[in-house]
Design a binder for this molecule. Structure first.
Ligand SMILES: Cc1cc2nc3c(=O)[nH]c(=O)nc-3n(C[C@H](O)[C@H](O)[C@H](O)COP(=O)(O)OP(=O)(O)OC[C@H]3O[C@@H](n4cnc5c(N)ncnc54)[C@H](O)[C@@H]3O)c2cc1C
Length: 384
C-alpha cells in the first residue's frame, strides 16, 4: 500500500485548503510546496482578496460562494484567526455593463440582498468617486475582503495539527502513475500515494502537460496609494469596489485597513502573457501609469506615486472559468488550480470539493461547469 492516500502538490490557496480538509477527515496526506508558507512567488499574496456573493462572472458560482463563506467562518473558528472582513462591495459602471448587469442577474436568480444606486446616491454615500452621469452602482452588503497570507497559513497550520506531513522547499519534478500507486518525483526524493492533487497554480502545465493549450499565466500589478483624506478610505467608510469602464477595463480596490494604504489594481492589468518564473518583474513606470490614469479619472484623492507595488500571476483559462477535475491521462490525478484571477474567495470550498472527490469519488457541490469537457468546449469556442 502507498504511504499516503493523497499527495497535494502546491500549498498556495487551493492546496493548503485541500490539505486541511483532507487531514481533518483522517486521510494520510503529504503536501509538497517548492517555496515557503504563504510566499510571494505565486498567486496568493498581496494582503487582500475580494469576496462577494452576487457574482457578475456567472450566477453558477453563487451556490459555491455560499458554502465558501461558511467555510471561511469555520476556518476562522478553528484557527482563531480573523480572515474575512465584511465591508460591502460597490460595483460601479453603466447599467448594461458586464459588472453591474451581471451582478444584478446573480442577485435576481438567487434573491440576494442588494441595492441599486444612481450617480447622485453614490456621491452622497461616497464623496470620493468621480463618475460619468450615466454610471450606477450595485451595492451588495455581503461583500468584503479576505487576508490571503493569514488564510493560507491558517489552513497549513490546521492541516499539520491534524497529522498532514508537509514538505516546504521541495520541488516536484514529475508525476509518474504506476499500476499500484502514483509516484511523485521531487528534487529530494520520491513519494507514493493512491491519488495526487495538483494545485500548482501558474506552474500547472509543468506537471500536467494536457493543460498547456488552455492555460495562460499573465502578469498582474498591484499598487498601494496613500489617500489625501485617510478618513474617507477606512473600512467603516469605504467598501471594496470595482469600477467597470467598459473598453477601458475594470479596476478594483480595497479600503485602507490595518494602517495600510489603499490597494488598487486593474483586472487583467496589461494582459501580458508570461512564464510563471518571469512574472515577478517589478512594477515599472508603464505599470504605475495604468493605475494612475484610472485614479486621476475616478478617485483623484488617491492620485499620486504608489507607496508600494507588487506583482502576482493570474492563471487564466478560457472565459476565465475554473478547472476542477481528474486529468484525462490518469483518473488518479486531480487538477485544481487555475482560478483565472478570481479564485481565492473559493479556496475554502475548493478544498472541501477536492477532499470529497479524493475520499468519496464525488461531491454534492455543483462543479459541472468546471469539468475538463467544459474547459475543452470553451477552448474550441474561443478558437472558432
Ligand atoms: C493580483 C491578483 C489579484 C487577485 N484578486 C483576487 C480577488 O480579489 N479575489 C479572488 O477571489 N481572487 C483573486 N485573485 C485570484 C486568486 O488569488 C487565485 O485564484 C488563487 O490565489 C490561486 O491559488 P492557487 O493555489 O491555485 O495558486 P498559487 O497560490 O500560485 O499556488 C500554487 C502553489 O504551487 C506551488 N508549486 C508550483 N509548482 C510546484 C512544484 N513543481 N513543486 C512544488 N510546489 C509547486 C507554488 O509554489 C505555489 O505555492 C487574484 C490574483 C492575483 C494574482
Amino acid at each position: 500500500m502507498a504511504a499516503f492516500d493523497v499527495i497535494v502538490i502546491g500549498l498556495g490557496a487551493m492546496g493548503a485548503a485541500a490539505a486541511d480538509h483532507l487531514a481533518r477527515r483522517g486521510a494520510r496526506v503529504l503536501g509538497i510546496e517548492r517555496f515557503g508558507i504563504a510566499h510571494g512567488h505565486g498567486s496568493s499574496h498581496g494582503r487582500s482578496r475580494a469576496i462577494r456573493l452576487a457574482y457578475f462572472e456567472d450566477p453558477a458560482y453563487v451556490p459555491l460562494l455560499r458554502r465558501a463563506y461558511e467555510n471561511w467562518r469555520d476556518l476562522e473558528r478553528r484557527s482563531g484567526e480573523s480572515l474575512l472582513s465584511v465591508t460591502g462591495t460597490l460595483e460601479i459602471g453603466r447599467p448594461d455593463g458586464a459588472v453591474v448587469a451581471g451582478s444584478l442577474a446573480s442577485c435576481r436568480s438567487y434573491d440576494l440582498m442588494h441595492e441599486l444606486l444612481d450617480r447622485a446616491a453614490i456621491r452622497r454615500r461616497y464623496l470620493v468617486f468621480e463618475l460619468p452621469e450615466d454610471y450606477v452602482a450595485l451595492w451588495q452588503p455581503d461583500g468584503g475582503y479576505l487576508r490571503p497570507e493569514a488564510a493560507v497559513a491558517a489552513s497549513i497550520g490546521l492541516a499539520a495539527e491534524a497529522g498532514a506531513r508537509l514538505h516546504f522547499g521541495e520541488r516536484v519534478l514529475a508525476i509518474a502513475p504506476g499500476p499500484g500507486a502514483v509516484t511523485v518525483v521531487t528534487d529530494t526524493g520520491r513519494h507514493e500515494a493512491g491519488q495526487v492533487i495538483v494545485a500548482a497554480g501558474p506552474w500547472l502545465a509543468d506537471l500536467v502537460p494536457e493543460i498547456a493549450p488552455h492555460l495562460r499565466p499573465t502578469r498582474q500589478v498591484l499598487g498601494w496609494f496613500w489617500p489625501r483624506d485617510m478618513a474617507a478610505f477606512g473600512p467603516g467608510r469605504f467598501p471594496v469596489f470595482i469600477v467597470d469602464d467598459g473598453a477601458e477595463g475594470a479596476h478594483y480596490g480595497f479600503p485602507a485597513f490595518e494602517n495600510s494604504a489603499v490597494k488598487v489594481a486593474r483586472h487583467g492589468h496589461l494582459d501580458e502573457p508570461v512564464g510563471p518564473d518571469n512574472a515577478r518583474r517589478p512594477a515599472g513606470p508603464e505599470d504605475v501609469a495604468v493605475l494612475r490614469r484610472f485614479l486621476t479619472a475616478r478617485l483623484p484623492l488617491l492620485d499620486g506615486e504608489p507607496v508600494q507595488t507588487a506583482t502576482c500571476t493570474y492563471s487564466r483559462l478560457p472565459e476565465d472559468f475554473f478547472l476542477i477535475d481528474r486529468a484525462p491521462s490518469d483518473r488518479r490525478i486531480l487538477v485544481a488550480s487555475p482560478c483565472s484571477g478570481h479564485g481565492f474567495k473559493f479556496a475554502s470550498v475548493i478544498g472541501e470539493i477536492l477532499a470529497d472527490l479524493t475520499l468519496t469519488g464525488a461531491t454534492p457541490l455543483p462543479i459541472a461547469p468546471f469539468s475538463w469537457a467544459a474547459l475543452e468546449a470553451r477552448s474550441s469556442r474561443g478558437a472558432s
